[in-house]
Every structure is written in C-alpha cells, then in structure tokens.
Design a protein around this ligand. Sequence first.
Ligand SMILES: [Zn+2]
Length: 327
Amino acid sequence: MFGDMSLRGGIDLGGTKIQTAIVDDGGEVLGQSRRPTPTSGGPAGVAEEMAAALREAADAAGVETDALEGIGVGSPGRVDDGAGTVTGAKNLPDWGGSFDLRAALEESCGASVSLGNDVQVATDGEFALGAGRDYRSILGVFWGTGVGGGIVLDGKPWIGRDAAGEIGHVVVKMDGAQCPCGRKGCMEAYAGRWAMELKARREVDHGDKTHLFKIMEERGRERLTSGVWSRALDRGDEMAIRLIDRAVRALGVGIASSLNLLDVEAVIIGGGLGLRLGEPYVERIREAMMPSLFASENPPDVLLASLGDLGGAIGASLLVKSAAAAR
Ligand SMILES: [Zn+2]
C-alpha cells in the first residue's frame, strides 16, 4: 500500500505506559498506540504487551509488523544493544535481572529490533526531528517522575561509558535533600515528581494543608501525576506552588551547572511534567538558570520539546536507521 516507502516501528517503554508508533522516512507518524505497562508478569509479560501495542499501531498504519524495516525500542535500565538485553529496569515488574528483549520482540513481531536508552532516544528524536533540529549540540532534560537527561555533541549522542546524561543526579546542594537514588542534594531530589510527592506527604504529616491529594483522589489516581500538579497550580494551591517553585530553582541551578561544562547550543525541556506545564515553565527555568550560568551574556536557547508524548517512540524508530547505516 505504501509502495517502496520504508516504515519503522518505535516503542517507548516507560514505567507507566508503553507508547508505540509507526514512522515513515520523513519522520511522519502513520499509526500509534498506547497501553499501560503491565504491573505483573515480569519481563516476558511486558514484552508481550509491547508487541501487542506495536501491532495496534501497525494496524492503524495499515501494515503488518513483519513488513517493517525494523523496530527501535527506547528502554529504561541498562541497555546492551550488542547482546539484545535490558538489565535492571527498576520501574518494571520483576525486571531486576537481565532479559533478552530483542529475541522476545523479534519472535513476536517478525522484524529486526534495535535497543537504546529511553531518555537518549527521546533526545535523539528531538535532535533529528523536533525542537533541536536546527542545532549541532543539545542537552535534553526530561522532567517527570525522575529527571532524565540526554546529550548530543557535535551531531553525535554522547553516552559516556554508559551512564552519561544523568542530569537528575547533578548535585545542586551539598548534603542536601535525600534523592530516590540514595545520594544527597541531587537535582532530582528537588525536581523529580516522585521526590516532590514524598516531600508533600511529609508536609501533610506535619499538618500542612494542600489540595494535592484531594485532586489526586478526584481524578482517580494513586500518585501525584503531572495532571494533578497542574490542576493544583491552577487552583492556586500554596504547597503545590511552593514545591514547584523549588523544583524550578533546582532545575535552573542543575541545568546551568551542566551548561557551564558542556556549553551546548540549546536545552530541550520535555518529560511528563515539562510537557504538561509547557512554555511558561520553560521560560521560568530559563530565568532560574541565569544567576548560575557562566556565559550569561550569551545563554543557549531553552525550548520545549516539540514531539510531545510521541517523542520517545519516534526517537526509538530512528535507531533502525542508524543500525542500518552502521552495517
Ligand atoms: Zn540522585
């Protein structure tokens, strides 16, 4: 039906959702699907759900998965594309060990599979097709449950020895707040949605008032999602405003410190909370950077990620092209 046009699959594997997309040569999304990430069933169960979500996207695009040129996957945990495995994906059910995700997906989808780190592929997507497309070097900052980062330097992803881009664990305060990673004073300890929720719960235990948890219940949620935070800000909730302000200050300091080292041309802000709060908060983060930015007379551009919720899946689909080029 599409003649010679080659179509690629992209899968963004997240802790709460699996987002899939079928993407053409020009980066256009022809079909997509989203499913909740299973909370039980282990890696094999997650892989099955990933394949099902990809089949739905393929149906919407009018293709079979085995006709795809390839499938790219952005995954949390330690990703080894050489071995085809994902190890220690802590947000996923019973995925502490190593699992051959490539074998499982190739078996069920009938196309070759390439693996990448979730945050790095989202950054690569923004670099190739989104807000970063006019630049050679960018820093992607994904503000969500945690704070993830991705780096592209002079046109190439920079993953270091394997762990580069962990901007959430840039220290913004010596001996500061407890981070979910076990260390202290990390940017994520102030700005990550999970750390912010723990802080809000502690303040409520100490008698402080907030509508955050009432809004959470009204919306049928069990966590303070980005939507809950956004609604509380709209209602002028004092605690929500204070904790988000604190998060913005931490992001400003942490991003500026990273820029003092990397001096990239642009910072792209994405992630659940970043996308939800949008442009006004991108501007606030830019302002919060300025006092700590060494090259303050020539600041880099700070932009909202433009591929939205599909950025991870679109970025993952680009792994297919790079895999083909590498052969
Ligand atoms: Zn940390």
